[in-house]
Design a binder for this molecule. Sequence first.
Ligand code: RIB
Length: 317
Amino acid sequence: MNNQQADIVIVGSLNMDLVIRAKRMPRPGETLAGDTFTTVPGGKGANQAVAAARLGASVAMIGCVGDDAYGERLRAGLMVESIDCRAVTTLSSVSTGVASIVVDEQSQNAILIVAGANGELTPGLLEQFDNVLDSARIVICQLEVPVPTVHHALTRARQLGKTVILNPAPAVGPLPADWYPLIDYLVPNETEAQALTGIVVDSPQAAEQAAHMLREAGARNVIVTLGERGVLKVGEEGCGHWPAPVVKALDSTAAGDTFVGGFAAALAAGQSEGDALRFAQAAAALSVTRAGAQPSIPTYVEVKEFAWNEKDSPAQH
Ligand code: RIB
């Protein structure tokens, strides 16, 4: 029997981001002086949890941290957002996941991750939190925890009748064929869509081709995020392209996570898909104007107050 207590459950990673801002990326073999260094709460799963919570949803997180200062800080950060962390397990045998991030003056980033405790979220551990998985209407996964765990989460969420969202990040190549029918919303960026399909996704037209291919594979809806070129969605009712708001970008870290969390929060609040996409785009656009992962994620009120003077309807093609 369903014991619904949250709108959204996230199965995913928590990382401490070790962020250096520099004029440019170092080349292989080069030592370069950076400008600033900060430690910032991140991890795709935790970022999506924070986004969904700040943007209006009640959220539970399933994940793992190490028994160390980073783990404590990550957990505390989620709890400040009123995220249910009862299924965030602290493990003494391994350190908290970290991400080494360089952000350059063009606001581009390069990220290296070490999974640490995220790699210990096994299907067996996830099974212990089946009641948490069953406590919400929407389940979101990414690919920073072990692949068998993601498969288990998608399978179980489908069995339980949840709305299933997969953000296939980071890009790891094609997904097993039996994953696609489990997914209601597959949300890759251009790089991830290319890794999934082999199609070079360098335009909205190429994104549409890739999205059709992924839908034919079995995903119910495919939303390709195209950065400043907006988002492209292919679903049962056809294809739509939503242009992005124009903003001055400072740091794109967690923009995709903000989009995913915002989209899910808007769906949980009963918004139509189109309204949810626009809400998520506004949230992601605001996030790129600020530095860092979780600190950059806007609140519901900030998104509602964001003046976005673009056309209200998607360009259909
Ligand atoms: O999507 C951004 C995130 O990717 C960062 O917060 C970093 O932790 C990596 O997981």
